[in-house]
Ligand binder design. Structure first.
Ligand code: PLP
Length: 465
């Protein structure tokens, strides 16, 4: 591995905002936030949050009317962008019909959301009709971490085994098991977690842990390393391997061809449950319903959240194979949530899936990646010597900035901060993670807005060269 950054640090920078009018009195929203709101993953004293007053489509604005193109989709979850009128209508309609029922009842929205999500999961590579009925049921949660927690719980109960393997370059959520499964630095101050968690290195050709010099070699060596890890941990002790089909926060790492298929084969050989964490990569981000559908590697469990309904109401869940679901036909599932399958959340998921189908959202995500974002970033890489690598697919891209192209030393935090500030001052809100700018607009962002955001990034990168 070449000069790497183990801890990505906070997702948003805290420098003085370019729009900030220091003479203007602070609003109640700002004052009460600073006095009474405790924010995620942050030392609180230095925080200076922008107060968001409104948003529409791929843009949002603050209390003074300063507007930004949203190249973050907030936390890479608003795949349909802000304030989609059909989403708002679906939530309003549902609120008038039925706001809440306990999970033990059935209700129309939860049933329909389950049916639709299973239908999409049962599609094969590139949306081909697979129709093998592999996936059968959905357990609904409130968000991604709970989806991961429950996927692991299901895998352990199904196999009767204890150990779970996950990648060092990963984020799986902030709750006890999910943060223990997480490989990156946010795990460290949360240890010890639950017992039986083991880490491995996944493929990342640009900073190869295996001294590989091609994607094919990276795939083969990463698979050999995973096989060794499984063997030495005891193949019959491992309940699950969990991985992000495309690693998100830790670098938008697109697996080399053959890797996910190899992991699938390894899991089959040892009777291990394969859990795809699709919380960030799922529901259109990579141009498919689920990111693993870009390859031929069907998992046993899918953890989802974020893009299922763009977070209009909190929702996550686990899609379960028929075999794992059957484990709990006559045996009590040892888990549950008051808001499992909340009607407002499920109504918005149904609306979101219909919007995807009727408004060509997967097609737009693929078009943005293939025809606009990919070509533009690759062109920038020929002109900006600060760009070490560009990678991604759909609306899921990373621009990795380096201080030196030969050593691949990561760009320093101060320069990253300057690039971010320049983007914001010109009207685009970027997502920074360690030495990378992630380009992750909504899947349905209009071409011209994405082009405008990319031009702003292009200009800002001059500061890093
Ligand atoms: C891949 C992945 N898994 C799990 C989570 C946790 O999701 P949540 O924050 O909704 O609990 C995230 C959040 O960013 C994620 O990116």
């Amino acid at each position: 591995m070449v000069g790497d950054v183990p801890y990505p640090g906070p997702m948003t920078s805290v420098e003085a905002r370019p729009d900030q009018d220091l003479a203007a009195p602070a609003s109640d929203a700002y004052v009460n936030d600073r006095a009474h709101v405790f924010h995620s993953w942050s030392a609180q004293a230095a925080l200076d949050p922008t107060v968001i007053a409104g948003a529409l489509g791929a843009k949002f604005w603050d209390e003074h009317g300063t507007t930004w193109i949203d190249f973050t989709s907030q936390l890479v979850n608003m795949n349909l962008g802000h304030q989609h009128p059909r989403m708002i209508q679906a939530i309003k309609d549902q609120a008038e019909r039925l706001c809440m029922v306990a999970p033990s009842f059935a209700n129309a929205e939860r049933s329909e959301a389950g049916r639709l999500i299973v239908e999409k999961a049962n599609l094969g590579t590139n949306g081909a009709v697979r129709d093998d009925g592999h996936f059968q049921k959905v357990f609904f949660t409130n968000a991604g971490a709970e989806a991961v927690e429950n996927a692991i719980r299901m895998a352990k109960a199904h196999t009767g085994r204890l150990k779970v393997l996950s990648a060092y370059r990963s984020y799986h959520g902030g709750t006890a098991a999910a943060i223990g499964l997480t490989g990156e630095g946010r795990r460290l101050d949360n240890e010890p977690s639950i017992p039986g968690l083991v880490k491995f290195w996944g493929p990342y050709a640009y900073r190869s842990a295996f001294h590989a010099d091609s994607p094919a070699q990276e795939s083969e060596r990463a698979l050999r390393h995973l096989r060794d890890t499984v063997t030495f941990e005891g193949g019959n002790k491992v309940a699950a391997i969990i991985l992000e089909s495309v690693v998100g926060t830790n670098g938008i790492l697109v697996p080399p061809d053959g890797y996910l298929e190899g992991v699938r084969a390894l899991c089959d050989e040892f009777g291990i449950v394969l859990v795809a964490d699709e919380v960030m990569a799922g529901f259109g981000r990579t141009g498919q319903w689920f990111a693993w559908q870009n390859w031929n590697a069907q998992p046993d469990l899918i953890a989802f959240a974020k893009g299922v309904n763009s977070g209009y109401v909190p929702l996550g869940g686990v899609v379960m194979s028929a075999a794992i679901a059957a484990t709990f036909d006559d045996r009590v599932y040892p888990g549950g949530l008051t808001y499992s399958g909340h009607p407002l959340a499920c109504a918005s998921a149904v609306a979101s899936i219909r919007i995807f189908e009727e408004e060509g959202v997967l097609e737009q995500a693929r078009h943005l990646g293939d025809d606009i974002i990919g070509p533009a970033l690759n062109d920038m890489a020929t002109r900006h010597r600060s760009i070490g690598e560009v990678r991604g697919l759909g609306v899921f891209w990373a621009v990795e900035l380096v201080a030196d192209r030969d050593t691949r030393a990561p760009m320093d935090a101060a320069t990253m901060g300057k690039v971010v500030a320049a983007c914001k001052s010109k009207g685009m809100w970027p997502m920074m993670a360690a030495n990378r700018i992630h380009v992750v607009p909504p899947c349905n962002a209009p071409d011209d807005v994405v082009r405008e955001g990319l031009a702003i990034l292009d200009d800002a990168l001059a500061l890093a060269d």
